[in-house]
Design a protein around this ligand. Structure first.
Ligand code: S3P
Length: 450
């Protein structure tokens, strides 16, 4: 089922070369954080290029429920008049975060040190995902949470009235957990310290500094140690949201596997905590170049040019790179199906607790399309079809997971027979213009009618 409404079955067929420019939408991670941090300032934060996907729209609605004035000015321009650190009001109703783990976990952190209660819920996918990874560290501040068995939503969080600062080592490589603790630390007196053994996306740290918080990051023997001084007065900002590398991954990977393709994806952030897929593809022998490399808003940015790459080879993806490409393994596995030999992906246990169990969802669908996949608890391998001869022809379950749905539709663009997904509805959570954007490049993706 789609996250909001009836399932939307979709089919993708082999197409001619993909050509042209793909202007992908704003970064999902930065869009959520812009709204949440804007709501924690005094004054008006203005945002351009906000991703208007359902996940982010749900966060915008949540920020209104906590008392911020969030306005959509059209064309990706938004403003947020915040209530200040510790100024959240208690929401009247349930906070519905839809499909978004990032939304719910960051918002829980942001309200956890205010003397209010809030009940959170989501769709069937989100209500099945683990929340203890966030509520355990929040309990150290004095926050209480009661949810369903296994720490699942719906869940009521009661913020700490007298929060204490926390020192916490994140036990799983998760930017959501790190960010929830930092956002909670904003309204605790003194210094909150978060240590992560593996570097995960650092947007929260960068943006907190941009909003005027006192925050420092040092590399220690235990990993990255982030120190945040609580109770700052955050300064409203203008944020120009960069385009999302995780969305860019889809037209880039499609171009690599569809014969004759040449696609330009302009203005993509290459923050090293996000760009692991592109490094991996280049190691596999992809014809993927960075053009017009520059810096925008303190981040490295380039225009990506991807051309059909018939000579790619499978590689062993370094496990240390996993966090920097965690959302891109599903589409990487599709490219791996067209690369010679085996692609080995280890150290990716986190894939099992995303919007779906992404190893299981991809392995099942790839096998149904004639591809050899092996998997274990925290690893999987994909063996490329000889001469890129991928059978296709199967209907794949998307499990309420946007990235699974888009990955199988990319597969269909270069497989011998069409590939279908039972529900493309969740694509709207992160990439609402996926269909017209891919169609403009020459892809043949259609909605199936009963
Ligand atoms: C995100 C962090 C990652 C990622 C998600 C976005 C974020 O999740 O998968 O799509 O914006 O912080 P984890 O923190 O669970 O790894």
């Amino acid at each position: 089922m789609s996250s909001h409404g009836a399932p939307i079955p979709m089919t993708s067929r082999a197409c001619g070369p993909l050509k042209g420019e793909a202007q992908v939408p704003g970064d999902k991670s930065i869009s959520h954080r812009s709204l949440i941090l804007g709501a924690m300032c005094i004054g008006e934060t203005t945002i351009t290029g906000l991703l208007e996907g359902q996940d982010v729209l749900d966060t915008a609605r949540a920020m209104r429920a906590f008392g911020a004035e969030v306005t959509d000015h059209g064309g990706g321009r938004w403003s947020v008049i915040g209530v200040g650190v510790g100024g959240f009001a208690e929401p009247d109703g349930v906070i519905d975060c839809g499909n978004s783990g990032t939304g719910v976990r960051l918002i829980m952190g942001a309200m956890a040190t205010s003397p209010i209660a809030a009940t959170f819920s989501g769709d069937a996918s989100l209500n099945g995902r683990p929340m203890a990874r966030v509520t355990d560290p929040l309990a150290l501040f004095g926050t209480q949470a009661v949810g369903r068995t296994g720490g699942r939503l719906p869940m009521t969080v009661v913020g700490a009235a007298d929060p204490v600062p926390v020192r916490y080592t994140v036990p799983v490589p998760s930017a959501q957990v790190k960010s929830a603790v930092l956002l909670a630390g904003l309204n605790a007196p003194g210094q909150t310290v978060v240590i992560e053994a593996e570097a995960t996306r650092d947007h929260t740290e960068r943006m907190l500094a941009g909003f005027g918080a006192e925050i420092s990051v040092v590399e220690t023997a235990e990993g990255r140690e982030i120190k945040l001084t609580g109770q700052p007065e955050l300064q409203a900002q203008h944020i120009d949201v960069p385009r999302d590398p995780s969305s860019a991954a889809f037209p880039v990977c499609a171009a690599l596997i569809v014969p004759g393709s040449d696609v330009l994806v302009p203005g993509i952030g290459l923050n090293p905590t996000r760009a692991g897929l592109f490094t991996t593809l280049r190691e596999m022998g992809a014809d993927l170049t960075y053009e017009n490399e520059r810096e925008e808003g303190g981040e490295p940015v380039a225009d990506l040019r991807a051309r059909f790459s018939p000579d790619m080879k499978g590689i062993e993806v370094p496990p240390a790179r996993a966090a920097s490409m965690i959302d891109e393994y599903p589409v990487l596995s599709v490219v791996a199906a067209f690369a010679a030999g085996q692609t080995v992906m280890r150290g990716v246990k986190e894939l099992r607790v995303k919007e779906s169990d992404r190893i299981d969802a991809m392995a099942t669908g790839l096998r149904a399309n004639g591809i050899t996949v092996e998997d274990g608890p925290d690893w999987w391998t994909v063996t490329g079809a000889v001469h890129g001869n991928v059978a296709g022809g199967a209907v794949c379950a998307s499990h309420l997971d946007h990235r699974i749905a888009m990955s199988f539709l990319i597969l269909g663009m270069a497989a011998n027979a069409p590939v279908s997904v039972d529900d493309g509805g969740p694509i709207a959570t992160s990439f609402p213009i996926f269909e017209p954007l891919m169609a403009k490049l020459g892809a043949q993706v259609s909605r199936d009618t009963a």
